[in-house]
Design a binder for this molecule. Structure first.
Ligand SMILES: *Cc1c(COP(=O)(O)O)cnc(C)c1O
Length: 387
């Protein structure tokens, strides 16, 4: 959904995405890394729940010269949506659409020999070389090629390049603990990355880009920027971790505001049970407000009894359990009109809670709060520029 059109679905509940805030975050991150480092806007998982295509366009408008996704299907969806420029994807599974990726000019990550075999076969079929980026496991222990297997992968990739099947455009890796400043693995991974890059370059790889930094490293480990930084959560306006600082500390502004219409307001007596299991009993005669969002919309059930909400200018908390489609707040005698706005989270400067507050209430990280907002909640993009 684009613009500010309000359908009845977006009145019930909506996630507004302020694309000006997002552009401002991209510019702030670019200013931090300086002119010699490119910025990749990471838009996997529907742009962390913010809506992939409008976010991709806004990120490019603010100077993100690369976009990144996890799966090739996400990257191909960017192309199908008319997105040009460099697009990289890194989470490949055997049988994935390499040939479509070649024809769509994607930069495709290769961590292992099986992937190099599949991509070279696809390149022969397509009759043109694939752009590949070799991924090193410098210590994360997740995807990427182990140092012991690196010489064989580099040799095979160079042979495929000599045969015209691939062009090695990048060498890259990913941090395990960049959100824990001073963690010894950070410098250890940087050392291994330098060694693995040096090996590949000595053998003849001439990468356009070398990169390892995610948002946390971009914000706190300047020597990790290399040619490119891959920022996800910070572009959406969040600090990667409360220990690192707040959004504001980094000059970032959360782009998403999640709100709903109060669906019902009613008077109830003292001692009335509220929601499944009656985990909340009204401490006195009071008013209750019904908010039509539940765990199927991504409101964490773990935030039952805790999640904060702004209703009529007053901070309330979820009373009792979050149900699949709705939850209740104790309005303590206030009687807002049905249809009044309940704001679950936003940038935080109008008295509303933040997604960070919800992460704390649910015992999770802010990434999980925003990426799990369900498909039943319309995304309404503000400040979209139409060409
Ligand atoms: C998701 C992801 C990122 C972005 O991480 P943030 O912490 O959101 O900045 C960067 N690189 C890779 C490989 C990723 O999977």
């Amino acid at each position: 959904m684009t613009g500010t059109t309000q359908t009845s679905a977006s009145l019930r509940a909506r996630a507004e995405v302020d694309l000006d805030a997002l552009r401002g975050n991209v510019r702030a991150l670019r200013a931090r890394v300086g002119p010699d480092t490119a910025l990749m806007g990471v838009v996997k998982s529907d742009a962390y729940g913010h809506g992939m295509l409008p976010v991709a366009r806004a990120a490019q408008e603010a100077g993100a010269t690369w976009l990144g996704t996890a799966t090739p299907h996400e990257a191909l969806a960017l192309r199908a949506g008319g997105i040009r420029g460099r697009v990289m994807c890194w989470l490949w599974t055997p049988g994935d659409p390499w040939r479509e990726g070649i024809e769509a000019d994607l930069d495709m990550s290769v961590s292992a020999m099986w992937a190099l075999r599949e991509v070279t076969a696809a390149a022969r079929e397509a009759g043109r070389p694939a752009r590949i980026q070799l991924k090193a496991d410098t210590g994360l222990g997740r995807n990427g090629c182990q140092p012991a297997d690196w010489p064989a992968l580099v040799t095979a990739a160079l042979a495929a390049q000599a045969a015209g099947e691939v062009r090695v455009t990048g060498l890259w890796s990913h941090f395990a603990c960049a959100d824990e400043p001073g963690h010894p693995s950070i410098t250890a991974q940087l050392d291994v990355f330098h060694q693995m890059v040096a090996y590949a370059e000595k053998e003849g790889v001439e990468p356009e880009v070398r990169h390892i930094a995610n948002s946390a490293a971009t914000l706190t480990v300047p020597e990790s920027s290399f040619d490119l930084v891959r920022t996800g959560i910070a572009m959406y306006g969040f600090s990667p971790s409360p220990e690192l600082g707040t959004s504001r500390d980094f000059g970032l502004r959360p782009a998403m505001t999640l709100s709903a219409s109060v669906a019902l307001v009613k008077q109830v007596p003292e001692g009335h049970g509220v929601s499944y299991g009656h985990h909340y009993l009204t401490p006195r005669e009071t008013t209750l407000g019904l908010v039509p969002l539940g765990y199927a919309d991504g409101i964490p059930r773990h935030a039952s009894g805790r999640g904060p909400v702004l209703v009529g200018g007053v901070r309330r908390r979820v009373a009792g359990r979050v149900a699949m489609d709705q939850f209740v707040v104790d309005l303590e005698g206030d009687t807002p009109e049905p249809g009044a706005r309940a704001v679950l989270f936003g940038p935080g400067d109008r008295g509303e809670p933040t997604a960070d507050d919800w992460a704390e209430a649910a015992g999770t990280i802010v990434y999980e709060i925003v990426t799990r907002i369900g498909s039943r909640v319309p995304r309404v993009h503000l400040h979209e520029r139409f060409a």
